[in-house]
Design a protein around this ligand. Structure first.
Ligand SMILES: [Zn+2]
Length: 258
């Protein structure tokens, strides 16, 4: 009797905990790795890391959920993990031209004939404006939307704590002059809205020749904003490098503080 009680009260040996949590850790590591897939700038499929069909392409690592949401299909050669993209997520940007899904490799290659037309109704600062779409959009996109331009960051003009940053005013004025009350064309990328509910977009001017996002960087009014991935990231980084080397705008001698 006494012996039995002793056995029952005995704690499980420490080694069991080690094995249990070790196995849990391994499982999550393996599962986590399986969630990562690879896309290429031109193809409509996503792949495993060492797929034979992507060996000569630049690949981009994303999660399988992101790949499915963006409309990529699992590769038929390497057969990566398959997940279902919720239909309502795909519908978020229904009818919008998305450069990631189209596999557009350069901002210059985007086709404005496929984009949604809008009028810029309000100017907020260098990288944020409000637009009104000509046709009524579907999904989570409203007729009037505040747009945060993808891949750029202009110096703040109205930041409550930082005040007016160097060159913020110039960037803001530049965007106002270029876009306010103008017809523009809107293209989207991976993410539809940010945490503030702003539509994340590229803004093309009416003749289709100028992508305002790129133009801001090119002219030295903005940094390339590379914290979140987007289709033209490498291209925008190169534009910033060039603007820096030519000391354009905020990279000029008068604005060396950034
Ligand atoms: Zn493949």
């Amino acid at each position: 009797m006494g012996d039995k009680t002793k056995t029952r009260k005995k704690k499980p040996p420490r080694v069991l905990f080690v094995i249990f949590f070790g196995a849990l850790f391994l499982a999550s590591a393996v599962f986590g790795a399986a969630q990562e897939v690879y896309t290429t700038p031109y193809g409509g499929s996503y792949h495993r890391e060492n797929c034979s069909t992507t060996s000569s392409s630049v690949t981009r690592k994303i999660t399988v959920q992101e790949a499915a949401l963006a409309g990529y299909k699992p590769c038929r050669v390497c057969k990566p993990l398959v997940v279902d993209a919720p239909a309502e997520k795909n519908a978020e940007a229904a009818g919008f031209y998305r450069v990631n899904i189209e596999g557009i490799s350069s901002y210059k290659a985007a086709e404005i004939s496929k984009m949604q037309k809008a009028v810029v109704t309000r100017h907020v600062d260098g990288d944020t404006v409000e637009v009104r779409f000509i046709s009524k959009p579907a999904g989570i996109i409203n007729q009037t939307e505040k747009i945060r331009m993808i891949g750029v960051d202009t110096p703040e003009t109205v930041h409550p704590k930082k005040g007016v940053e160097a060159f913020g005013k110039e960037a803001s004025e530049y965007t106002k002059r270029a876009l306010l009350n103008k017809n523009v064309y809107i293209a989207l990328d991976w993410d539809i809205k940010d945490k503030y509910g702003r539509l994340l977009a590229y803004i093309y001017t009416e003749d289709g020749k100028v992508c305002h996002n790129a133009k801001l960087i090119q002219e030295g009014y903005a940094h390339a904003y590379t914290i979140f991935p987007f289709q033209f990231l490498e291209e925008f980084k190169a534009l910033e490098k060039e603007a820096r080397s030519r000391k354009r705008g905020l990279w000029g001698d008068l604005h060396d503080n950034r």
